[in-house]
Design a protein around this ligand. Structure first.
Ligand code: GAR
Length: 205
């Protein structure tokens, strides 16, 4: 049997995607362990779920560092202490430095709540509503230096319905994120993802 892969998950808040990943890894018996859940915010809700499930947690507060570089260096040291094969950004609301990103090249995934390349950055649901999109969704991608622009692994779309508020639309998208993100991470764990020329090939056999 292949060696267990170590996954480190970074969160900033609620952590519902992290929770979906933890539950899928357990239920589907992935050849992987969630080695740690790390937050840049001490009061991130998701830390409680992780701790309750016996997963090591850590907080590296960006407020304790004078610069992005200093914070990312400290974060990297904590992450690497868990020997990750994969770093998973799950609602981790930080812009990352190029050095940090290149250290985890082809082994760091993010989920973003829009159909990239539409609406990188913040307030994606508001933007989708304001621009009159008929569909909206979420994207899983490898992380590269340019914010929300890495090679796409998977996307899911949902309809934008009459009367939608940003909250209602966000909830419709989130429910699909909980399906798509664990599936994509499982592909990684099973060695099915290859990045070639900035594109992701998925071995579906
Ligand atoms: C999710 O919708 C995720 O796609 C989004 O934040 C939410 C986190 O929810 N991520 C970003 O906006 C990244 N820039 P969660 O903490 O419950 O997983």
């Amino acid at each position: 049997m292949a060696a267990m892969k170590n996954i480190v998950i970074l969160i900033s808040g609620r952590g519902s995607n992290m929770e979906a990943v933890v539950r899928a890894a357990q239920a589907e018996q992935w050849p992987a362990r969630i080695a740690a859940v790390i937050s840049n915010k001490a009061d991130a809700k998701g830390l409680e779920f992780a701790a309750a499930h016996g997963i090591p947690t850590a907080v590296v507060s960006n407020k304790d560092y004078p610069s992005r570089e200093a914070f990312d260096a400290a974060l990297q040291e904590v992450i690497d202490g868990f020997n990750p094969d994969l770093v998973v950004l799950a609602g981790f609301m930080r812009i990352l430095t190029p050095g940090f990103v290149s250290h985890y090249e082809n082994r760091m995934l993010n989920i973003h709540p829009s159909l990239l390349p539409l609406f990188p950055g913040l307030h994606t649901h508001e933007q989708a509503l304001a621009s009159g999109q008929a569909t909206h969704g979420a994207t899983v991608h490898f992380v590269t230096a340019e914010l929300d622009h890495g090679p796409l692994v998977d996307q899911v779309s949902v309809p934008v319905l009459p009367g939608d508020t940003a909250e209602v639309l966000a909830a419709r998208v989130l429910e699909q994120e909980w399906v798509m993100y664990p599936r994509a991470i499982r592909w990684f764990v099973e060695g099915r993802l290859r990045v070639e020329d900035g594109k992701v090939n998925i071995d579906r056999n």
